[in-house]
Design a binder for this molecule. Structure first.
Ligand code: DPM
Length: 357
């Protein structure tokens, strides 16, 4: 049987969102390669199994990705679809992000209990409880809406929505718009939070496809899904997070944009209660206009060594531009570190671990 007849095995978590995302990627690949066949292999991860502890207290990287990566390593699957924001900036040895799909709206949204319909975070009564287990969201809500209470909420998106709707505890939950839209719940969105009041998580809103770094045929297959402007933005964001040494649970957030060739990155860190914060915006100029279709073909690129950029395979994006994007993120992190970012982050970490159950 030739390589082309091989059925491509795709690993996925079992949650509805994970399966929607996996099927979306397979759908795109089937359009590009109608002759190829795909088979989904589902598995559950530690993050799916431990539901009684707040995420930051489990304190482990790759919570939602490890089991899938082991299956990849053992070649039981050929690629795995993730939300990019769940992927650590340093992937396990031998793994690569072969495609980052076009980012959807990266902002966070508010979904309200029906008794608060028509309100916003600004107009909710004092002491209303907002459900989130994200330290990033917690810190920003505490800072901007000091009259609201924040309580942990766990479980997949279906579980969270049910806890909001059927319980009395939560008045609102804050979620990523991209996930809410993928679930088909756009009609439930009560408020979209501008990045000026709620910066988003590194990589939020973009899907990533992970495969083995040496699996050239899968990398070639995935390369066509790579969305070049998204790749430049998320490499800058991931490089920022990587230089700060923060895992996916640190109170760190970003916003980025790419206009013409100008890449702009805002990054911030908070103390857990939101009282201390450091943030800054930096810009750089890319060599290529990645928003235009006529970018420099990869064959002309002067850097011949294949290498990953915070885990992301360059695909059709010129490594020259990815070096620039990576430097933007790293330089922004150094600037925040000079202003005391690491102290703020380590005190946040201490607080989490001192209260660990
Ligand atoms: C990560 C965080 C959360 C997820 C932390 C953060 C949110 C946890 C919570 C790294 N992963 O955002 O500060 O709200 O308690 C997750 C979601 C999506 C991917 C759900 C969500 C869908 C959106 C996307 C969980 N991972 O954030 O509402 O693909 O970007």
């Amino acid at each position: 049987m030739g390589d082309r007849d091989k059925i491509i095995k795709v690993g996925s978590r079992k949650s509805e969102l994970a399966l929607i995302q996996t099927n979306h990627v397979i759908g795109r690949l089937k359009e590009l390669y109608p002759e190829r066949e795909f088979e989904i292999v589902t598995m559950s991860t530690k993050g799916d199994q431990i539901l009684d502890k707040p995420l930051p207290k489990i304190g482990e990287k790759s919570l939602f990705t490890k089991e899938l990566e082991i299956a990849l390593e053992q070649s039981r699957v050929d690629f795995v679809v993730h939300s990019l924001k769940d992927m650590p900036t340093d992937l396990p040895d031998g793994m690569a992000i072969g495609a980052v799909l076009q980012r959807e709206d990266p902002r966070d949204v508010v979904i309200l209990h029906k008794k608060h319909k028509g309100k916003t975070l600004n107009t909710l009564p004092e002491k209303c409880v907002v459900g989130t287990s994200s330290l990033r969201r917690t810190a920003q809500i505490a800072r901007n809406y000091p009259d609201l209470f924040i309580k942990d909420i766990r479980g997949n998106l279906n579980t969270r929505l049910r806890k909001l709707d059927e319980g009395e505890l939560y008045s609102a939950i804050v979620l990523a718009k991209a996930g809410v839209v993928r679930m088909g719940w756009e009609g439930r969105i009560d408020q979209v939070l501008e990045s000026s009041e709620m910066l988003y998580a590194v990589g939020q809103g973009a899907l990533a496809v992970e495969c083995r770094e040496n699996d050239l045929s899968t990398l070639a297959l995935l390369e066509l899904l790579h969305h070049r402007p998204t790749v430049a933005k998320v490499v800058a964001e991931r490089s920022f997070l990587n230089a700060l040494g923060g895992g996916c649970s640190a109170p760190v957030a970003v916003a980025s944009s790419l206009q013409n060739r100008q890449l702009s990155l805002t990054g911030a860190v908070w103390s857990l209660d939101g009282s201390q914060t450091i943030s800054h915006t930096s810009r750089c100029r890319l060599h290529t206009d990645l928003n235009a279709d006529d970018g420099e073909p990869p064959s002309k690129c002067p850097y011949r060594e294949p290498r990953l950029f915070c885990g992301v395979s360059p695909g059709g994006v010129s490594p020259r531009d990815l070096f620039v994007a990576e430097k933007l993120g790293a330089d922004l992190a150094s600037m925040l570190i000079q202003q005391g970012a690491l102290d703020i982050m380590s005190s946040a970490k201490k607080t989490i671990h001192s209260t660990a159950s």
